[in-house]
Design a protein around this ligand. Sequence first.
Ligand code: GAP
Length: 508
Amino acid sequence: MADSAKDSNLLDKVVSLCKRRGFIFQSSEIYGGLKSAYDFGPLGAELKRNIAAEWWKVMVHEREDIVGIDASIMMHPEVWRASGHLAGFSDPLVDCLNCKERFRADKAPKAEAGSALVYYKGGKKSGEKVSATAGDRGYVCPQCGAQELSSERQFNLMFRTSIGPVDPLESFVDEIQSKTLSKAEIREKLDAAIKSNAIYLRPETAQAMFVQFLNVQQTMSMKVPFGIAQQGKSFRNELTTERFIFRCCEFEQMEMEFFVEPGTQVEWLQYWSQARIEWWKRFANDKSGFRLRQHAPDELAHYADNCYDIEYLYPWGWGELEGVASRIDYDLTKHSEFSGAKLSYFDQQKPDPATGKMGWRYTPYVIEPAAGLTRGVLLFLLDAYAEEKGVDAEGAEKTRVILKLNAKLAPFKAAVLPLMKKDNLPEAARKIVASLYKAGVNVSYDEQQGIGKRYARHDEIGTPYCLTVDHQTLTDETVTIRDRDTTAQERIPVTSALEVIKKRIAEA
Ligand code: GAP
């Protein structure tokens, strides 16, 4: 079992470190915070960018068959009708009439008809404990256990807004002000007014890759099999936001649509499931914390005929990190239907299976590895967090907190520390910093407090190496390099510091 599952306080410790050290803050904190929205601070922004850069490198830069795009977040509203998000991207929302909790029916605790129930009449905090028998609802309120529930309503997860200078509600107000209308009539007129210039924040980055399929394929002369990749923000009005940045309303995804010949989708699904899980493991300390889980038929999204989730063992149990779905020709077919554009591919070298004649026009099938970047940040923080017990110089017990981030992902690659703030040591240290900056290595110059405290600070933010400039540096042009995980130190020439750090990062 992975270490992360053993420490039930791990998430709290990581959340506290994130705030204390500038990784992640609550959004709009000085105004009391905005529920489920987070800001990445200086170190969190670096960590997130480093994860994204490693993904882009392996998915786009190191492959001839994949190209990247950066599409707009706002898209034509028809995109979401064609994709099925307007009709189907909704959760069954229920209100508990006993404690007023609002929750998702499909995530609620199950209760078989006829089974014994215990719940709190009037709510869990101050309610009276009562016994009852479950009816045929199939589930109970996750908060108080009651079955006194409203009917289920579909709640669309897309954020809706309007585009253009005209306020859609103006015409609505004009229309209803002098009329006596029923609730249903008002609702109908309101919906019609809003619809006229409604647009949606994208709930996934994927659709742009389908909508731009022809432009990308033709301008880049891509031959099937090929992929289009994209990273960026997605928005979902999640009913239940939970566990820090695990599920939030604004998050980032790293998705790739891989277009393949019909009939080859099973092999490509295997290929991408394996490639993607290996990529996550490569940067983690605990490789046993990952698994592939195939979706059961009733779990599959409306567009998929098969899907593997890459799951991670979070402190609360296994949960999704990335989905690798076989989307067949669903999306290209739907967008062809709705837009009138012919989103197909012509292979001159292959005979058409229907006629046997050379040249085959078909709608490619799609394999989609869809990863969460925001969730990836959380996973690598959880995986990296470690505590080591030891004693300080006076013999008192102390705990060393270390963020054992892979050096490629670490916000700072090294810290340059003058032993003292005098005797020209800061000047010598700044010279090293300047040379590392020039070589594109993100390092931190740090002269505050004693050297022990500075080592501890950099261990806690995951800086893999500390270069310490001392009096010997001034005489023989050497520095010590300290390893974050082992705390071992060795002396190296200043002139080789860049090379040593680059080599170690490359090998990490
Ligand atoms: N295009 C397919 C798609 O979007 P998904 O399983 O809904 O599939 C892919 O999302 C990944 O995006 C998930 O595995 C997860 O890592 C991340 N993700 C989805 N919803 C999220 C949310 N509300 N907060 C944070 N990450 C989320």
